[in-house]
Design a protein around this ligand. Sequence first.
Ligand SMILES: [Cu+2]
Length: 291
Amino acid sequence: MKKQTKVWLVVAIALSLGALGSACSKAPVEDTNKNGGSDTAVAYSGPTGTVTGVVSFNGTAPAPKKIDSSADPVCGQKNPNLETEDTVVKDGKLANVFVYIKDGTTTDGKKVGDFKWDTPTTAAQLDQNGCHYRPHVLGVQTNQKISITNSDPTTHNIHPTPKQNPEWNQSQPNGAAPIEKSFARYEVLVPVKCNQHPWMKSYIGVMKTPFFAVSAENGSFTIKGVPAGQYTVAAWHEGGAEGTTKTIQVTVPANGSATADFAFEGAAAASNHGGLQMLPAIEFPMLGRKH
Ligand SMILES: [Cu+2]
């Protein structure tokens, strides 16, 4: 092959790959949260309602595991019963689930993400206390300040690992001033780790809109001030590489309330029902991904 021909071949392949790449990146379902809130957007002034619900956990919840914190004796002294907190279940209800309005339209047919939603002026709080993050799951709006504090007599290193926002990490010794940060882009959710203590995990949901909540210890959540309309409500629970997301369609009435009750399940419950029953060969890899 001539050298020139080779060069053209390489260029042609690169171009077609590029086209493929951009086609793929556009493939996921549109999420108005990503696009809304431009400078020309207007604030919503119509009627609103509420979305409430309870997040259940079906099947046997994995028992919390005790964390070996011997690498930093300060952690063990302050928090001798440090346990994993990825699946916090009490009386069949699941805490720390991030619930949010993923997409939808108001009754006059406008996308909820296309309105202007003010950034809260109060900072969200993320504390490190007893060598874990408090809260474990946190929701903020884009550009809202997050004030990160260290209540422990040891040094932490806060390290978010976002995909849509810049990654950073910063050490915070005991007694240091709060670290103030924010995320400019929509991202559900940003994992946060600590470079000093590998068990420390937190997740921050970054939303354009104020329509999000985190399920409480009794599994309940409330999202107020939602424009009357039809929405996809999503619930995210951590686990595995990306976590698990469930969605429910709701209609929020003006001055009324819509219910969105979610249910997550352990591996045992997941294998006992659903279409996978007929396909045992596929069951095992699917199970692995649920974790
Ligand atoms: Cu730490």
